[in-house]
Design a protein around this ligand. Structure first.
Ligand code: ATP
Length: 251
């Protein structure tokens, strides 16, 4: 399968400290790729570098084999087709579920007022499809404040989908969820990855085992191992620095 993202020799430095150190990996279209590793391994910083939040001192990140996204600003990278979800949900709790979705369609939020004057039928239909996908269609008229923690996370994923990304970056999407919501989130990612490749930073190893197509283990900014869940969880080095230390409980 063709790589949607090719990361070459990526290095991010904070005052000389290499939080990401010469990382190389390729992510194929349609994957649900998990990045795991101990606290401080550089996982979030790697996502930050892909979405333009931090700039690397070395290396490149090729999107669709040609565009080096490290040369673009954060908002331009969103327009290129890379969406990022942060750990804490950032839905607008004073709006309804549906209004949050409407707001997400508009990239320039100064258009907010005119947005509510009316969305096109096509946009409305697209948002309704997404609301069905994330399981919130029936709750579309409810205030977002009344949603459970898991539902807020799904709404935020829906808001990302409204921008029709080709690659979605999720930072600990199931943190704070129970098993049932975690399971539903995994099923949601399986649906999403048919059109949009998914990259997840995660500590919940049960979630990783159940839904990863491939796993990359980071340690001290560098790739320690990469492969199937089975392979990486049986690698003695991975057990030593992460899994054997109860890393999955650290989240
Ligand atoms: N803006 C920053 N300035 C200085 N150091 C930073 C900055 N951001 C991250 N770091 C450092 O870079 C290292 C990697 O941090 P990062 O948050 O990427 O790790 P992580 O693998 O996501 O950890 P966790 O699992 O705890 O979220 C850590 O040592 C962290 O303290």
């Amino acid at each position: 399968m063709e790589a949607i993202l090719q990361i070459d020799n990526l290095t991010v430095s904070f005052d000389g400290f290499k939080a990401v150190n010469s990382v190389n990996t390729e992510i194929a279209q349609g994957e649900i790729r998990f990045f795991i590793g101990p606290n401080g391994a550089g996982k979030t910083t790697l996502l930050d570098a892909i979405c333009g939040r931090v700039k690397p001192v070395d290396g490149q990140v090729l999107f669709n084999g040609k565009l080096d996204v490290t040369r673009y600003a954060e908002h331009e990278i969103v327009n290129i087709g890379i969406g990022r979800k942060f750990q804490v949900p950032s839905v607008f709790t004073s709006l309804t579920v549906e209004e949050n979705m409407e707001l997400a369609v508009v990239k320039d939020r100064s258009l907010y007022a005119s947005l509510f004057a009316g969305m096109s039928k096509a946009q409305q239909a697209c948002n309704d499809d997404i609301l069905n996908t994330i399981g919130l269609y029936e709750k579309r008229r409810r205030g977002a404040a009344a949603l459970s923690h898991g539902e807020k996370q799904w709404l935020e994923i829906g808001m990302l989908l409204a921008q029709q990304p080709k690659l979605m970056l999720l930072d600990e999407p199931v943190a704070g969820m129970g098993r049932s919501e975690t399971e539903k989130t995994g099923e949601l990612l399986k649906k999403i990855c048919q059109d949009c490749t998914v990259v997840v930073v995660e500590h919940d190893m049960q979630f990783v085992r159940d839904f990863a197509t491939r796993v990359t283990v980071l340690h001290e900014g560098a790739v320690l191992d990469e492969g199937s869940v089975f392979d990486v969880q049986n690698n003695p080095k991975v057990i030593d620095v992460y899994l054997g230390r109860g890393g999955e409980q650290d989240a």
